[in-house]
Design a protein around this ligand. Structure first.
Ligand SMILES: [Zn+2]
Length: 206
């Protein structure tokens, strides 16, 4: 897409709503369509994006090192981390569940950290990528966000199933809380990213 083919709201002296995308004159203070306060660009720039992202990554470490699932069978306590859980599920022949847990707790979070970092670096020209591709990348981040908690869901389901009449008792370990917080912080990081920054690059020399 060439710079000449696109006119942004900012270039036209208008201000776009971050929620619904409708454009307003610069005097407007709230969006007349969805009542979101209109701000031209966040004053703090990308700092909240990086702050939430770093918090999310830091919590992802104990989420993988600490036990996700604690089982007690006749006084014996067994704690397993996410990866141990995946291995155990595979050994039990539960390939489907093992795949879901692996995908939801390793593939999705890591891909999301990388995607947000790429977006934040790209709007600062650290990475060269087209506006269209960056917008698609953001859409993917938004889309997978809602599926990130599936791992917690799997743990909860497993715990409920085991509680139903077995000798063992199963409880989520400390990693479950870290994982949930990591997912939440990563979601806040994506939310703090102002997608309009992608389009501000149009017309710039680089
Ligand atoms: Zn709006």
């Amino acid at each position: 897409m060439t710079a000449a083919a696109v006119v942004t709201a900012r270039e036209s002296g208008l201000i776009a709503c971050t929620t619904c995308g409708k454009v307003w004159s610069p005097e407007a203070e709230i969006c007349g369509h969805c009542e979101t306060p209109l701000i031209t660009r966040p004053a703090q720039g990308l700092s909240p994006v990086w702050a939430w992202l770093v918090a999310g990554i830091l919590l992802y470490i104990p989420a993988n090192m600490w036990p996700m699932l604690i089982s007690r069978t006749l006084g014996r306590e067994d704690a397993s981390t996410i990866l141990c859980g995946v291995v155990e599920l595979t050994q039990l022949g539960s390939y489907g569940v093992a795949f879901i847990v692996f995908f939801a707790s390793i593939v999705i979070p890591v891909a999301k950290f990388a995607a947000i970092a790429v977006l934040a670096l790209a709007v600062r020209h650290e990475i060269a990528m087209s506006q269209t591709r960056l917008t698609h990348l953001y859409e993917v981040v938004e889309f997978i966000g809602r599926w990130s908690m599936i791992d917690i869901f799997v743990v909860a389901t497993l715990a409920a199933l085991v509680q139903l009449g077995f000798l063992a008792s199963l409880a989520p370990g400390p990693a479950a809380a870290c994982f949930a917080l990591s997912v939440t912080f990563t979601m806040l990081s994506a939310k703090a990213f102002d997608t309009r920054l992608i389009w501000d690059r149009i017309g710039e020399t680089k």
